[in-house]
Design a protein around this ligand. Sequence first.
Ligand code: HEM
Length: 407
Amino acid sequence: MSHPSGIQLVGKLLDPASRADPYPIYAEFRARGPVWVEEMSTLVVTSYRDCEILLRDQRLSAERGRFFQADQTDPFPADAPASVRRPWFLSLDPPDHTRLRRLVSSAFTARAVARMETPVARLVDDLIDRAAERETFDVVAGLAYSLPVTVICRMLGVPQADERLFHGWSAQLTRLLDGFSDPGGQNEWVGGMVEMHRYVNELVADRRKSPRGDDLISELLAAEDGGDVLGHDELVSTIVLLLVAGHETTVNLIANGVLALLRNPGHLAALRADPGMAPAVVEETLRYDPPVHLTARVAGEDLLVGQAKAPEGSLVILLLAAAHRDPEANQDPDRFDPSRPQVRHLGFSAGPHFCLGAPLARLEGRLALTAFARRVREPELVADPPYREHINLRGVSELRVSHAGVV
Ligand code: HEM
């Protein structure tokens, strides 16, 4: 039997039937080395070593618009606020990326995240109390989905009465970040994006007039680096980035972690007995079933990766979820094993774009998984969960669990 071609493998990956388990397709890709898909002008990279090196290679650009621009018209209405057209620093290269990232990092600090430990623990407990009032509960709707939006809204100092607005907008924006699941280019996310920008524009203007000092927006307003500050539109665009980049990703971390634990009851029991295991469970989830499956760059010049060539201007897809199961990086990679002596993953990327929200995501993941293991008695998966259609931010749409009450 002949090998499937690169484009046939991509076709298999895009098939919704593959969503529940794309890992055998990733293994097929990996067995072939870097795969050049001529029909898409795209190189698909799957080995751990290649992904790690390329994420740090300055010949690759994060300005993905350079590849996609040709078939894109401006999707925003004429009266949308100017900030909506500001690119996120996630998609910028040095020196613009360096400048913005440095300014934002000086406000979004490890200390600001550590301050959230107690409020996040309380939120998790409230959500579990509420969810467990039913005989079976959905871990996505009851716990994973609302936690990250609520947490970032509290950090930013969004009035609590308005938090529900962000829950709605964020739901509309997931396809944008996924990048690979917008059937027919419907741009369904545009309305949510514009409304969110309008709201954040006003919030920032208000906060500028009456700073509170103890929230992330006030810190971002005060951020300064050698006399340089964030402009108004840069600030608004960054706040929207924090909301969007930190939502569906963290939902997946919590849901994928709970799912892996339910399917591996020995590790669930170990976590219940020793909450100190939680960081290892989080890292192993980020490796074994990561919230973000891939990222992409544009070749800034002709590249040679192994035997494969990627001409200047082509797209380079780094299949992080495939790299995590590379036996050269992790032994027995198809097994979920938080007790492995070393876990190597690129779940938060690597190099200059390494996830800025990693400490917050780790905190939320650790507290949610610990509380689930400790408090929910005899949890069992009711059925194999359904998956959303997202290719990149792949995750379950529902995770129904039966239980014997909570402690
Ligand atoms: C960047 C994953 C949570 C904010 C990234 C990247 C990945 C990632 C893979 C880099 C993409 C690339 O290299 O092209 C995740 C995962 C999360 C998570 C798996 C949850 C488990 C968060 C949270 C926030 C956040 C909670 C903030 C509230 C950001 C920002 C960037 C980023 C601002 C851009 C960094 C840059 O370009 O310099 N994230 N993320 N993320 N993430 Fe996260």
